[in-house]
Design a protein around this ligand. Sequence first.
Ligand code: UAG
Ligand code: ATP
Ligand code: API
Ligand code: MG
Length: 486
Amino acid sequence: MKLQDLAQGALGDMIGTGLESLGALEIAGLTADSRRVAPGFAFFALAGTKADGSSYIADAVAKGAAVIITGAPVETSVPVLVVREPRRVLALFAARFYGRQPETMVAVTGTAGKTSVASFTRQIWAAAGHAAAQVGTTGVISPTRNDYGSLTTPDPVALHALLAELADEGVTHAAMEASSHGLDQHRLDGVRLAAAGFTNLGRDHMDYHPTVEHYMASKMRLFDSLLPKGAPAVIFSDDAWSAEAIRVATESGHDVRTVGRSGNFLALKRVEHFRHKQTAEIHHDGTIFEVDLPLAGDFQIANALVSAGLAISTGVPAAVAMKALEKLQGAAGRLELVAQAKNGALAYVDYAHKPDALEKVLISVRPFTTGRIIVVFGCGGDRDKGKRPIMGDVANRLADIAIVTDDNPRSEIPAEIRSEIMAATPRGIEIADRSQAIRAGVAMLSSGDTLIVAGKGHEEGQIVGGVTLPFSDHAEILKAMEEFQP
Ligand SMILES: CC(=O)N[C@H]1[C@@H](OP(=O)(O)OP(=O)(O)OC[C@H]2O[C@@H](n3ccc(=O)[nH]c3=O)[C@H](O)[C@@H]2O)O[C@H](CO)[C@@H](O)[C@@H]1O[C@H](C)C(=O)N[C@@H](C)C(=O)N[C@H](CCC(=O)O)C(=O)O
Ligand SMILES: Nc1ncnc2c1ncn2[C@@H]1O[C@H](COP(=O)(O)OP(=O)(O)OP(=O)(O)O)[C@@H](O)[C@H]1O
Ligand SMILES: N[C@H](CCC[C@H](N)C(=O)O)C(=O)O
Ligand SMILES: [Mg+2]
């Protein structure tokens, strides 16, 4: 593809000249990683969090880069195009380079619930007869794939290559997660969105965002920069940050549709909790729906409402969407019931790795726990350190027994991470080895107890140093259940 064809639509972001003379240049591929450059590629030199891409220009040129696209002039032997927002230009170019996307795309942002909402929206679309996919933390799920993933929001080149493949496979509807990193780094700027959703805002990623306002503003890019004006913005109404999300979406000229107890689009009137399910009365456009949601956890109602809001806003009849809620399967590792002991105690895996999520999950299981709540959890290394004592305190207050263990220590010293948690968990029991911690939790189970193994959800590895060791909370629970037969 010629550079001038890639540049269409991104011209507003260009500065300086260069395109006139370079427009006819044939571009074989795009990348921001010099290690992936092949002959004829455009190499985007991006200033990153760890490295500066401009130090890899020589490497890219040696590998055959045809043009360097960058934010500041550089001297090199191949043509250079200087642009104002290189990350945005990369995303827009990637969208044009790969060309095809599923016709109906939605994105959801929020601190917690994105994976669940992407999954539920895919399931509702599928129930309505659409070929639907989800893209996010747990990877890619479509009618023909279930691929494990790494980033919540893939980088724009990988993302658009994937969206083109999905479109070619016949996928017409796709729901994706918009992480704050992804939004801040313009990873989704080339995605054509039909609607967007917001779940909630809590503490996370304070290692990356200087303030909570910056974190919220990154999330709000979804509404103030990416969603086309006038498109439906589905916003959970009952979060402390809902009003701010509604304000941004309204000021951006969107069709704001709120869902929740104070929702105007889907209004939640009543909820009854049972052990593995809950019943909700939902009002929509003058009709009352009684919905049996086959999932535990108050927060799943919020996720179900946002998903139904997105599905209805992209053409699914409300009655079809409400019916589909009754068949929902939870996203892998999100308050997933892994085993029930002989004595009736329940063991769940959950992906709560931030304070609000841990709090919500522990509160959610209390109504059906007649015995004790036992939680096994840790905090990731090389991530927001501030959340460690907060999560420790949450577990100390809301669980009867808190077992503090390791969760992806990465480059940090595991004992130090644990002691930062333990500082706020005076009742906590520290067991370094995660497998032993889970064994201890299972061994304690008596009738009426609930065990929550939190933090890793669907993950299949434990990252220690630079190495990912095979590990599954799911498998460890089953092994311990077999051993202790509680
Ligand atoms: C902190 C962060 O978000 N980093 C992401 C960012 O990297 P960066 O631009 O800061 O990269 P860098 O390492 O500083 O390097 C700068 C530039 O030099 C280039 N380079 C580097 C080395 C080399 O030899 N040659 C070369 O060209 C790099 O490709 C890059 O373009 O852009 C990269 C491409 O999009 C991402 O892969 C990378 O994600 C890293 C791996 C990561 O761990 N990100 C996590 C924190 C993340 O994004 N998480 C979110 C949220 C998760 C959640 O929901 O909670 C997610 O969406 O997954
Ligand atoms: N609506 C919600 N409100 C509060 N907590 C929630 C909500 N939905 C999910 N959770 C909690 O957060 C955990 C992660 O849920 P989910 O994977 O759906 O969110 P996410 O936003 O995709 O998270 P991540 O950013 O880590 O990918 C769940 O296991 C549960 O503990
Ligand atoms: N997407 C999140 C996942 C965290 C999961 C938890 N197991 C951890 O490693 O902290 C992150 O990379 O920050
Ligand atoms: Mg997610």
